[in-house]
Ligand binder design. Sequence first.
Ligand code: PXP
Length: 284
Amino acid sequence: MIESTSCRLRLTTPLHGWVAKQSLVFVGVYRRCSGMVELGVNIDHVATVRQARRTFEPDPTWAAVEAQLGGADAITVHLREDRRHIQDRDLTRLAELVQVKLNLEMAATDEMVLIAGDVKPQMATLVPEGRQEITTEGGLDVAAQRQRLAGVVSRLKEAGLLVSGFIDAEEAQVEAAAACGFDACELHTGPYAGAVWDNGRRHDHPAVEAEVARIHRAGQLILAAGMRFNAGHALTYANVPPIARLRGLRELHIGHSIVSRAVFVGVRAAVAEMKRLIREASTS
Ligand code: PXP
């Protein structure tokens, strides 16, 4: 298996394939040794603006190209059951176009498993989905639905996808995720971001430090269980460094803050700036 999934490649000959695989392994090993955390850019909100008018612009595939040029290691989209932003056609176009890892956030439903098996993004991240919610609100309660989720995970793995679960930073959820066979867990950083906001944006506030420690502890449990430790949600240019510094962290998934900044500076510059912050924090 290719350990680093940071490049989507169209392999043309066996030699091309071999060379490409070696370079992917090299990039992956280098990043892990250097402690560099990868950035997955969620471009849903580009589609949100488009859907506000049900028109053709802004095009999320353009955003994906710009994000890659800014240094994104992965492109993330959430195909919601109500299709409020990303549409099925966006997903198929992105699967053709994206040259880094494509990460599909999805509810654990039959419909989505079929779509994921068909489109074959490199990674599927299972998330809870509520029709009324503005964005994903809490982590997936893996502990409460082990049997069902184990089945979904195994179907996605059979289709050749890496499977991640978006969970709260709790021991019971990590343990259940490992038992279900998830390859990775993405820890929900929303409570941390809320603590930063509620406490004068001070990273040294005890409530903020407690949230960082909680994510760190859960992260170490994820690693001990042999899964990849990822994190995301509600991270911004201001609050990302303490999370990016966490030991063993592999990927951060960030959307709203990057798309918000991109309105003013463009997607490429917004992604490059977030990459710089993450690189400085994770390799210092
Ligand atoms: N990770 C997951 C699982 C999410 O559902 C989202 C939001 O779609 C994100 C990360 C990105 O969150 P934000 O848009 O707040 O950066």
